[in-house]
Design a protein around this ligand. Structure first.
Ligand SMILES: Nc1ncnc2c1ncn2[C@@H]1O[C@H](COP(=O)(O)OP(=O)(O)OP(=O)(O)O)[C@@H](O)[C@H]1O
Ligand SMILES: [Mg+2]
Length: 330
């Protein structure tokens, strides 16, 4: 079972990272001159603060920009515009080390390497530890994730799916990161193993003061793990707030649709199930005003006016609801 002991919500915990109006646009296609034919507008004005020690859930349909956000946080891509600022304070002194655990440990672990080398890959890349100490560090981290140290010379195929995900978690931990992005960390695992991995992640968070960004399609995983939830649509955060509030009293029409589309607890949040009047609009050409208005059952005059939306976003204390009808809807 998933552990029922939850850490207290980090209400007052300080921001460690602040994203302001972040956009990421990828050039796509090319004409005969090799010039891009268009842009994929993957992120379209992300405002977000990440707080030390929290688990921030990120949900939204396929293609809404979750992995692009992850890559941005990891420093693998740069914002096209906007800013991403690390905030250094007593609790989080320096560095901006972000690691990631992917969905499928089968494909994310190099099959040719013994696991101690896999676990210490980030240290190797960062050159942050002497080579002679790598094995010892791997042994320490392996122990923390429940992998026996006598297995360090073994290769990924010699482990079960759950053990492989433990190894992936050990790799993410070895460089002592500030933030770990968990991109669907349990969805490739057997049900029986999922809870063990989630419990392990919670234990590690408590003992190592980790901050998690949890990307998940699974509502029950988000409910158990996340302190706050960000709901993404077409490269924007349309709703952000405490997990219980967002899941119990969703305020944005998109969040409502997304949650109504989940027939029972634990079912995946899949676009196939979202009762949508139209398809997810492409991100080549962005709509004006509210991006969701073409699909929104409540759309009315004013939804195409960017200024109304700007006034609505961020209006409700700590929460964000990017909908000018919010007061009417709520
Ligand atoms: N390198 C790239 N070049 C061009 N377009 C890209 C690139 N990376 C992402 N995109 C586009 O940006 C949008 C967001 O993609 P992203 O992978 O972030 O979505 P996602 O929310 O992670 O989806 P999923 O749930 O399927 O993993 C998509 O339209 C995608 O096609
Ligand atoms: Mg993705």
């Amino acid at each position: 079972m998933i552990s029922s002991t939850r850490k207290p919500l980090p209400t007052d915990s300080a921001s460690i990272l602040d994203l302001k109006e972040v956009r990421v646009h990828f050039p796509v296609g090319s004409d005969w001159m090799g010039r891009p034919k268009g842009l994929a507008h993957a992120l379209n004005g992300i405002d977000l603060d990440v707080r030390g020690g929290e688990t921030l859930g990120v949900v939204g349909e396929s293609g809404c920009g979750k992995s692009t956000l992850a890559q941005l946080l990891m420093g693998l891509i740069k914002p096209t515009s906007g800013s991403l600022n690390w905030i250094y304070n007593d609790a989080h002194e320096r560095s901006s080390n972000v690691q990631i655990v992917f969905q499928d440990p089968q494909s994310s672990l190099d099959p040719r390497l013994p696991i101690w080398k896999i676990i210490t890959e980030p240290l190797f890349v960062q050159r942050s530890a002497p080579r002679g100490e790598m094995r010892e560090i791997a042994a320490k981290v392996a122990e923390q994730v429940g992998i026996r140290t006598e297995y360090l010379e073994r290769f990924p195929h010699q482990f079960s799916g759950g053990q492989r995900q433990r190894i992936a978690i050990a790799r993410a931990l070895s460089s002592n990161p500030d933030i770990i992005v968990l991109d669907e960390p349990t969805s490739a695992l057997d049900i029986s193993v999922q809870a063990q991995i989630l419990n392990l992640l919670q234990e590690l968070q408590r003992s190592r003061d980790l901050t998690y960004i949890l990307i998940s399609h699974n509502v029950s995983v988000v409910r158990h793990m996340a302190d706050r939830v960000a709901v993404m649509y077409l490269g924007q955060i349309v709703e952000l707030g405490r997990t219980a509030e967002v899941l119990e009293r969703p305020r944005h029409p998109y969040t409502r649709l997304l949650l109504e589309a989940v027939p029972r607890l634990g079912a995946p949040l899949d676009n196939a199930q979202v009762a949508a009047p139209t398809e997810l609009p492409g991100n080549r050409q962005l709509p004006t005003g509210c991006f969701f208005r073409d699909r929104c059952p409540l759309a009315t005059t004013g939804c195409d006016k960017p200024q109304l939306l700007a006034a609505a976003a961020g209006a409700i204390g700590d929460n964000l609801v990017r909908c000018h009808l919010e007061s009417v809807v709520g």
